[in-house]
Design a binder for this molecule. Structure first.
Ligand SMILES: CC(C)(COP(=O)(O)OP(=O)(O)OC[C@H]1O[C@@H](n2cnc3c(N)ncnc32)[C@H](O)[C@@H]1OP(=O)(O)O)[C@@H](O)C(=O)NCCC(=O)NCCS
Length: 153
């Protein structure tokens, strides 16, 4: 397995194709291709974890003025609970520290205990709640938990 930055250019959309396929297969609320495409550019730090050419998981983050935001992270169901998300986040932390970022922010559904456990394991703290932020499959809404992590080099 190897981790590398994800790339997208007009000529090379291969990584975007792979992210889109993973999103549609693995996420309850998949990002559209348009959203995925919008998350490439100088301020983004996106990484994929690959086995040969197969994308097993990826994360999208951005970094502005010393603060990073984790915007998405997803691991294929067949490869969960093997430490892949931890590996991707650890790679992101070291890359953004090199850009002098000292804080990471994220938002997560309050029902997403797998993700909340992951973030707490890595040292994130719950900061506040954004009430009824996310739509649910049942047609209602659920709260977003806002979490942050201070990085110290
Ligand atoms: C959340 C997600 C990214 C975790 O990926 P993963 O590769 O399985 O996570 P890891 O194997 O690195 O797990 C690291 C820690 O996270 C926690 N964790 C991960 N999955 C968990 C689960 N299903 N239940 C409880 N805790 C879990 C555990 O603390 C785990 O450490 P441990 O294995 O020593 O107990 C994955 O479940 C996923 O892709 N979910 C769908 C997308 C999603 O919800 N993304 C988050 C959006 S905010």
């Amino acid at each position: 397995m190897n981790i590398r930055p994800l790339v997208a250019t007009e000529q090379n959309q291969t990584d975007i194709d792979k992210i889109e396929a993973l999103e549609n297969a693995e996420q309850d609320f998949p990002w559209s291709r348009k959203i995925i495409e919008s998350c490439f550019g100088p301020r983004y730090q996106n990484f994929g974890i690959f086995e040969n050419d197969n994308l097993l998981g990826y994360l999208v983050s951005d970094c502005i003025a010393g603060e990073a935001n984790l915007m998405n992270i997803c691991i294929a169901k067949s490869h969960r609970r093997q430490g892949l998300a931890e590996k991707l986040l650890t790679e992101m932390f070291s890359q953004i520290q090199a850009k002098n970022a000292d804080t990471v922010w994220l938002e997560v559904r309050e029902s997403n205990l797998a993700a909340i456990n992951l973030y707490e394991k890595l040292g994130f703290n719950q900061i506040s709640i954004r009430p009824k932020y996310y739509p649910t499959k049942e047609g209602s809404n659920e709260d977003a938990v806002i979490m942050s992590l201070m990085l110290f080099s």
